[in-house]
Design a protein around this ligand. Structure first.
Ligand code: NPW
Ligand code: ADP
Length: 287
């Protein structure tokens, strides 16, 4: 199995530069929020999507959480999305170019309806609770497509594919990469399997690896919500029209780079606001 390492040298920095155009030319990302008291994860993901350059980002909230979210966002827009039918309606707006759902979404009927409706979006990041729901419902698995990206941590991966999670733990080189590749083939979409070693695989069998180890070690990324921000970074890049493998790879590198730039003491909500510094250091220019 061939595995490409994701490094500074493999990043196509030109993809991060913006061409002339208006905000919708840079994509509109939609991030779905959970209910009252559970909105922080989606708000962090949405901020990540906006900072990485999506032209517009909207948080889809259940009506009961609208006030809680409204008082905590400014550039991010808000839309009431009570259920799957409402999401299907919102997705008729073909300017919405990517959707993220799962962070603190919940596991009830609303969340299950949203996950099913979400698969109609052009590009979809399924994280956290969306993955747990997927592991319980074959209908969701059947609706996955190549512009979906699953972003499990090992706990979520064990629910999605217990056999592959077991194999990933084997004491052989590239066991985790092999498991991600099998999962991508099984589900017919991109799989980004998280951890200090993050592996990304496509249904066609491409495998990439980012190692946050040695000189890129960032153990302080093991902090609640860091994965929610990563999901937002990927969503923002997808919204901008970048292809799923490239979006996942760039997001993984930028996420670790932001953590390295900050150092110890990092909390998840710092990550989006570290991006301007990281992009400046990469010398990202207007395209
Ligand atoms: N600020 C917010 O609003 C935040 C909200 N959040 C939201 O909280 C919800 C619950 O999400 P969650 O990830 O904490 O819990 P869950 O899905 O039950 O899995 C956890 C279990 O899996 C296992 N496990 C194995 N390997 C693992 C690994 N590498 N990383 C992590 N776990 C690993 C481990 O079992 P163990 O290894 O301990 O036996 C562990 O007990 C979800 O909606 C999420 O979006 C969070 O994003 C945080 C910020
Ligand atoms: N020890 C570590 N070193 C480097 N990166 C880590 C480490 N632990 C976790 N990460 C990264 O931090 C993020 C954690 O995501 P996740 O487990 O989904 O947490 P949460 O659900 O709290 O957001 C992932 O991107 C993962 O790759």
């Amino acid at each position: 199995m061939q595995i490409s390492q994701i490094t500074r040298d493999t990043l196509d920095v030109t993809l991060l530069g913006k061409k002339p155009g208006h905000k919708y030319d840079h994509g509109h990302a939609l991030v779905l929020s959970g209910g009252p008291g559970k909105t922080g994860a989606a708000r962090m993901a949405a901020r990540g999507a906006l900072r990485i350059g999506a032209g517009a980002v909207t948080l889809g909230v259940p009506p009961a959480a609208q006030l809680e979210v409204a008082v905590q966002v400014t550039a991010i827009m808000l839309e009431r999305i009570p259920d799957g039918a409402a999401l299907a309606d919102v997705l008729k707006d073909n300017r919405i170019s990517a959707l993220c759902l799962g962070p603190a979404l919940g596991l009830g009927a609303r969340a299950a309806g949203l996950v099913k409706a979400a698969l109609a979006a052009p590009s979809v990041v399924l994280d956290a609770d969306a993955l747990t729901l997927m592991s319980q419902d074959a209908e969701i698995c059947a609706g996955l497509h190549p512009r979906c990206i699953l972003t499990p941590h090992m706990g979520e991966f064990a629910r999605l594919a217990p056999d592959l999670a077991e194999a990933a733990k084997a004491e052989r080189p590239s066991a985790k990469a092999w498991a991600a590749r099998e999962a991508a083939a099984r589900f017919g979409c991109v799989v980004l399997l998280k951890g200090p070693e993050t592996v990304i695989a496509t249904p066609e069998g491409h495998v990439r690896r980012h190692c946050a180890t040695h000189d890129r070690a960032t153990p302080w990324l093991a902090t609640a919500g860091a994965g929610d921000v990563l999901a937002g970074f990927i969503t923002g890049l997808l919204a901008r029209g970048i292809d799923p493998l490239e979006a996942a790879s760039m997001a993984a590198w930028l996420h670790a780079e932001a953590a390295l730039t900050h150092g110890p003491g990092l909390i998840a909500e710092d990550l989006p606001d570290l991006l301007p510094q990281v992009l400046r250091a990469l010398n990202v220019q207007a395209a």
